[in-house]
Every structure is written in C-alpha cells, then in structure tokens.
Design a protein around this ligand. Structure first.
Ligand code: PHE
Length: 347
C-alpha cells in the first residue's frame, strides 16, 4: 500500500459523509473519532505508510495528511462542544410566558387591623393611647376599681390567679380580666382633663363557646374632666361607631351594674345590617350588644388620688373581637386564635 493524494482525499470525503450523519449524537461522534483517529484507524495506518515514501513525496503528502487529520479532529471537537452547549442551554431555559411563583407576604391579623382602625378613629378625636401590663396586681384589677377582696362583684370575672413565691411587694398577681386595670394606673400619673383609649389583651378563666374566649382583645376608653356627662359618652360612642362601620349608628343605653361606674350601663348600637328595622342578625330587636360603660365611680377617682367629687368622667369597655365579628360577619370568636390559615388569609 502506498499513500497517495487520492487516498487522503477519499478519507476526507468518507469522513465528511459519516460526520454529517453522526454530528448530532455524542455516542456516534465517539464512534467515528475512533474510526478515523484511533490507534487502529485507517488514517493512522496511512500515516505510518508515509514513512516509506521518498523524501519528495513525504514533503508533498505529509502536511496534507496532517491537515486532514487536524480538520477531522476539529470537526469532531466542535460538534461535541455544540451538543454540550445545547444541553446547557436547555437546562437554563426559562419560559418567560409562564406565570410566576407567587410569594406569600404576610399581612396584619384581622385583630391588629381592627385595633389600628379603632386607634386611628380615636386619635382623630384627640384621644391618647395608653398601655398597661397583662400580668397585673390584684389591686389595680379589682381593689382600685371599687372591688375589695371578698366583694361579690369580683365573681363577675373568672380570674386566672398566678402562683407566686412571695406576695410581699405587689400582693397577689393575676392575668388582667379587663383593660380597666389601666384606669387608675394612668390617672395616678396624670391629672384631668384626660381622654385615653387602652387597647390590649385580657383573660378570663371560663369555658369557651362561639361568643366566649379565655383570651381576648379589649378596648377601654376613659374620659375625665370637670363637666363630663352621659351625653358626652353617647356622642363620642355614636361618632366612633358611625366612623368604624361607615354608616350612621345610634347608641342605646340600658341600666346595668359595674362596681367602678355609677350609674352603669350596657350599651347597644343600632343593627348594622338592618339599621334598626329588625332582622336575624339582631334577633329582630334592631339592636346589637357591644359592651359596658358608665360614669366613673368617685371611689375610682379616690383610688387614683383625686379629691372626691372634683371630677366627672365616663369609661367604657368592649371586646375587639366582637367588633371585628360584627363588621366582617364572623360567627365564632374561636376562629381568631385558632391558627387556621384559611381564616387568617381572608383579611
Ligand atoms: N371592664 C368591663 C368588662 O370588661 C367593661 C367596662 C369598662 C364597663 C369600663 C364599664 C366601664 O366587662
């Protein structure tokens, strides 16, 4: 066998033909690489034959053969690179028309939203927002509000009493049963005229049902000055509820009893569904019960260190859950702290 120009050209032609069919598969490319460039390839065989040629022929065919070998190698290498690049691209491919993954960002719990709304309205009426502890002394929760130990009115609130090592400093401790504990706390430090609202949690040691929870949010209002009367209360309450429900609301007072107010009332608002006409939501009465209120008992002023009969004031308290339930038509108070995301995400 002698190496000739034709032979080299034939190898190249054969290669190109096979390469055309093989260039899209890695396995196929590897096969023709072995066939044309491998140790036992026809091409290597021919390079060996080159040695037997005359110097002249060597000089003529040597570079040509090497060039063809280089071309073959480059073609195969490039084809392999192309395939890999294509694969990478497929991995990175993104469908720009696909809908995005919606990230859930949290939102304020409906109770916080309601509390903020209430605060906003009272702020606009010139009220200050006051705060107090949830772990409270017996004195601020009861005694200061005209309920000495053993007073039967304490039974109105089923109380969580706390276990204590020593009762020396602050007496018995409890979880406050209402936000009214802040009344005397605040008045001890401030003199009338004053207008405050106190949002916060309160706790009752009682069985739960659709309208009762052991933990709940309350909202207290306290106004004190020289000439405050029940009409002032009614006016503030009507303005507040009309603003909160975004409709005209009437307030009605019914006689009631709280040790820290005299006289005391339960207050109702005109039904937000039927506006007073009577419907299932208000059990056909036209009214919805909201909370308790009254004129501050002089004994409470005395507990705060004010002289008796110098000031007058009103106070009220209601549950924030109840207010949210009325506005958003929620029928069970236990949803609020159930941790059920289906409930929480509605708001
Ligand atoms: N603290 C009372 C309760 O929780 C409500 C109330 C507040 C009544 C202020 C009168 C005045 O039931």
């Amino acid at each position: 066998m002698v190496l000739t120009r034709e032979k080299i050209r034939k190898i190249k032609e054969d290669f190109l033909r096979e390469f055309d069919e093989a260039k899209s598969g890695l396995e196929e490319l590897e096969k023709i690489r072995i066939k044309y460039l491998g140790r036992k390839s026809a091409f290597n065989q021919m390079l060996k034959e080159l040695k037997d040629l005359s110097e002249d022929k060597k000089r003529e065919l040597g570079p040509l053969a090497n060039e063809v070998k280089k071309d073959i190698k480059n073609s195969i290498d490039e084809a392999i690179l192309d395939i890999k690049r294509e694969k990478d691209l497929q991995k990175e491919w993104i469908d720009v028309t696909a809908p995005g993954n919606k990230k859930r960002i949290g939102s304020l719990n409906i109770l916080s939203q309601t509390q903020r709304e209430i605060e906003r309205i009272f702020n606009s009426m010139g009220f200050e927002i006051a705060d107090g502890p949830e772990v409270e002394s017996e004195w601020y929760n009861f005694d200061a509000l005209n309920m000495p130990p053993d007073h039967p009115a304490r039974d109105l609130w089923d109380t969580f009493w706390l276990k204590q090592k020593s009762k020396k400093d602050q007496g018995k401790l409890l979880l406050r049963t209402h936000t009214s504990n802040v009344q005397v706390r605040y008045m001890k430090k401030n003199k009338p005229p004053l207008k405050i609202v106190v949002p916060g949690k309160a706790y009752r040691y009682e069985a739960t049902d659709a309208n009762h929870e052991h933990s709940m949010a309350q909202f207290e209002a306290l106004v004190a000055g020289d000439e405050i009367n029940v009409a002032n209360f009614k006016d503030v309450a009507e303005k507040f509820f009309s603003s909160y429900f975004r409709q005209d609301i009437n307030v009605r007072l019914r006689p009631s009893y709280f040790p820290f107010t005299e006289p005391s009332f339960e207050f109702d608002i005109s039904c937000t569904v039927c506006e007073g006409g009577g419907c299932p939501a208000c059990k056909n009465t036209g009214w919805l019960e909201v909370g308790g209120c009254g004129m501050v008992n002089q004994r409470v002023f005395e507990a705060a260190g004010y002289p008796r009969d110098k000031y007058q004031g009103f106070a009220w308290g209601f549950g924030i859950e109840r207010l949210a339930m009325m506005k958003h038509k929620i029928d069970d108070i236990r949803y609020f702290r159930s941790g059920d995301l289906r409930f929480i995400r509605q708001f």
